[in-house]
Design a protein around this ligand. Structure first.
Ligand code: SER
Length: 321
């Protein structure tokens, strides 16, 4: 039976993953860890316990682990790529020093640990098309450097201490629930909101910028399924390439136009985001995840776009956005 702590439960992934894990394992077994200023509200607050869980405060985390007999930690604390570039020291403190706090506690209290990695863990010298599972990783962003350090530290704690660490390299995540903040792939979320609200979108990346993407329901399934996977079948651990689709802004805009024919896109480049996007892969090879733990995404560009527009249009009609 799992007793789970989610660090970053009110963030982009956490606010949906917490509810999903509560539906699977029971509300009282999944603790929503948050920081001051990001308190849980609504269903997230009402469906189970919530605790202040600052990743930089090992003592605070230790008390939660003891109080709830935690055996599994979902460590979702991070700054996304563009924000991290403006606060590199903070990005490292949260991403790497924070993970070390979690790994030390996991070693002591025998917890399994999931820490997402990212397509950001690759860099300009990585093969950009069908990027292999095991390949060159020389990222040039602090976000990517932190993610590579996280992958290596997680493998180190598994090999040296037997801590059950597992991870996936998420592509850009697209959701209609909690907006992302400061990522390079976020244009692919913003574009849907702009399409519904104004029928036009100012794109910070240029046409032809391909990146891997995924609809949030698939990302949540990945987080659950990798932690449930038979360890005997895992040849890799930290971290598995996973993807669901790869597109550029033009392809995405054309898909939206199938539903909103008058939709228009204009390009207003942001130099930093473009440089980050150019240094990331165009498309990942996720065959190891498929073979080792049955990764199989359900959402593609067509059904995701239909669903995104339906949900966002409903929110817009109700005056929620
Ligand atoms: N979505 C993230 C970002 O753009 C990548 O993992 O920063």
């Amino acid at each position: 039976m799992k007793n789970i702590l989610i660090i970053g439960a009110t963030g982009q992934i956490g606010s949906e993953l917490t509810l999903k894990l509560r539906r699977i394992y029971g509300g009282d077994r999944v603790v929503a860890g948050y920081i001051v200023g990001c308190e849980p509200k609504g269903e997230l607050l009402e469906s189970g316990p919530a605790e202040l869980a600052d990743i930089s405060n090992a003592q605070q985390l230790a008390e939660i682990i003891k109080k709830y007999k935690i055996d599994t930690i979902y460590n979702l604390a991070a700054l996304l790529s563009a924000v991290a570039e403006s606060k590199p020291m903070l990005a490292w403190r949260i991403g790497v020093d924070g993970l070390l706090n979690v790994l030390e506690l996991a070693r002591e209290h025998k917890c399994a640990v999931f820490t997402p990695s990212s397509i950001g863990a690759f860099g300009p010298s990585t093969p950009a098309d069908k990027t292999p599972q095991d390949t060159i990783q020389r990222p040039q962003t602090i976000y990517g450097i932190s993610k590579v350090a996280d992958e290596l530290l997680s493998d180190y704690y598994y090999k040296k201490y037997g801590v059950d660490t597992r991870s996936v390299r998420y592509p850009g995540l697209i959701s209609n629930v909690t907006p992302p903040g400061g990522g390079t792939t976020d244009y692919a979320v913003d574009i849907y909101y702009s399409a519904v609200k104004s029928g036009t979108f100012e794109c910070p990346l240029k046409a032809g910028t391909f990146m891997d993407m995924m609809y949030m329901p698939d990302a949540l399934d990945a987080a659950v399924n990798i932690m449930e996977a038979d360890p005997a079948k895992l040849k890799h651990r930290n971290a598995f390439n996973i993807t669901a689709m790869s597109f550029d802004p033009e392809i995405l805009a054309a898909e939206i136009r199938k539903h909103i024919p008058s939709f228009s896109i204009e390009y207003k480049l942001e130099t930093m985001r473009q440089a980050i996007a150019d240094s990331w892969p165009n498309s990942l090879d996720d065959s190891c995840a498929r073979e080792e733990w049955g990764w199989n995404p359900r959402w593609n560009l067509e059904n995701m776009t239909e669903d995104m527009l339906k949900v966002i249009e409903e929110k817009h009609k109700k005056g929620l956005i």
